[in-house]
Design a protein around this ligand. Sequence first.
Ligand code: FPP
Length: 243
Amino acid sequence: MQTKKKAEPGDRPLPAHVGIIMDGNGRWAKKRFLPRSAGHKAGASNFRTITRYASQIGIKYLTVYAFSTENWSRPQEEVSALLVLFRQYLEEALRDFAEENIRVRFIGDTSRFPQELRQLIRRVEEASASKTGMVLNLAMNYGGRAELTRAVRLLLQDVKSGVLSEEEIGEEAIAARLYTAGQPDPDLIIRPSGEERLSNFLLWQSAYAEFVYFDILWPDFRPEDLDKALDIYASRQRRFGGA
Ligand code: FPP
């Protein structure tokens, strides 16, 4: 078992994979008497800041919860505003990502998005596929339960077609059929906004993740707050079920 010593600045065990539930955009806007879409805009801008910072400090995998399978039930106006922000970000990524060494991947059922957005998603994935730096997983129309349901269907198909035998069904076979196949599980999951729940995010993958909650709304979450979360992570002892 690896024991964790107290973190010194610049000398702390970094998590390989960090997940962030970007929560609190609506409340941020409400506090300012602004429409919820203004909160999402501020959240999207902060997403860019935190993503760049995470890449700079050497995080290898960052997964952000941008749109859940349940978010379609929000007012049409809000969903549309979010889709516009996604499109803007993806267009920007195509334009400016040449200098960034970030590989963008999408996790979730992106087939439900409008065709134009789906095309952008494909182009961004292709354009960044050869990058060797941080992998940024954008969870869009993502839900942990939907992901597991999909994995079960894929397993069944593979058993039916003879690719996999029934005896081979195990944790590895399941993990290999998740959107995050081939990636390490998240070590640390951060949720700003004061809510302390997982909300269907990386259900399987977060089995042994450390959780850090912040009473800060996502648009106000600064790189220093990410540093604070990393310090908290470094000070924790992970036992993975051992003594
Ligand atoms: C949760 O806050 C946030 C979302 C459902 C959307 C997250 C999206 C962004 C931060 C924009 C991301 C943009 C890109 C380009 C990836 P909430 O609306 O539930 O806040 P509330 O709980 O205060 O109402």
